[in-house]
Design a protein around this ligand. Structure first.
Ligand SMILES: Cc1cc2nc3c(=O)[nH]c(=O)nc-3n(C[C@H](O)[C@H](O)[C@H](O)COP(=O)(O)O)c2cc1C
Length: 192
């Protein structure tokens, strides 16, 4: 059976998250077969079990990174997981072929509205993908799709109604990602 690995990179899921928590609940409910990697729970001290994490990656056919945009990139927790686990000889370099052909899907959330990233400001949507494009290039993974939920800043969820609205939007975004992941997982299965 094909394998899905969900990597959640939000650093403070319980206390600080609305959008990612809601999206995560939908992803795990609708993809019960997925291996779930909540980095904030597994590695609150940011010290990873590298062998264990590499084994999860090797097992997976479809990998989902779910994270909020922090400073135009990924949170330090996910960034450090990649730095520590994606090692030369494993994921890249002449002998590092472990991730070749694996399908990568992203679910990102952003505080700024979509219009902020439409090209008028210094950073555009494609810039948000830049580190991921490099990772895909270096590892031989395929970026198979992504969803960005814009306009769900922690700074603007000033009451319960807004939080509920953000959570509902996040569930919708997660459902789109689930459809994509299921399609990819089925295609992978057929190609085996
Ligand atoms: C440290 C930090 C940095 C952030 N940087 C950005 C940013 O560069 N661009 C952006 O659109 N939103 C930024 N945000 C807003 C978050 O992306 C937003 O609050 C988050 O996606 C909401 O998801 P959550 O409810 O799961 O926390 C930042 C938030 C924090 C806490």
């Amino acid at each position: 059976m094909n394998k899905i690995l969900l990597v959640s990179g939000h650093p403070d899921f319980e206390k600080e998250s609305v959008a990612n928590r809601a999206a995560f609940e939908t992803l795990t409910k609708l993809l019960p077969e997925a291996e779930v990697n909540r980095l904030d729970v597994l590695y609150p001290n940011y010290i990873f079990d590298v062998e264990k994490e590499q084994a999860k990656l090797v097992e997976a056919d479809v990998i989902v990174f779910q994270y909020p945009i922090f400073w135009y990139g990924m949170p330090a927790l996910l960034q450090k997981w990649i730095e520590d686990v994606f090692l030369n000889g494993f994921s890249h370099g002449p002998k590092g072929k472990a991730l070749v052909g694996k399908k990568l899907v992203l679910l990102m959330t952003a505080g700024a509205p979509e219009s902020y990233y439409n090209g008028e400001n210094a950073v555009s949507e494609s810039d948000l993908l830049l580190p991921i494009k490099g990772i895909v290039e270096a590892t031989g993974m395929e970026l198979s799709g992504y969803e960005i939920l814009y306009g769900v800043s922690y700074g603007t969820r000033i009451n319960e109604d807004i939080s509920r609205e953000y959570a509902e939007k996040a569930r919708g975004t997660a459902r789109k990602v689930v459809e994509l992941v299921k399609t990819l997982a089925n295609n992978n299965e057929q190609n085996r």
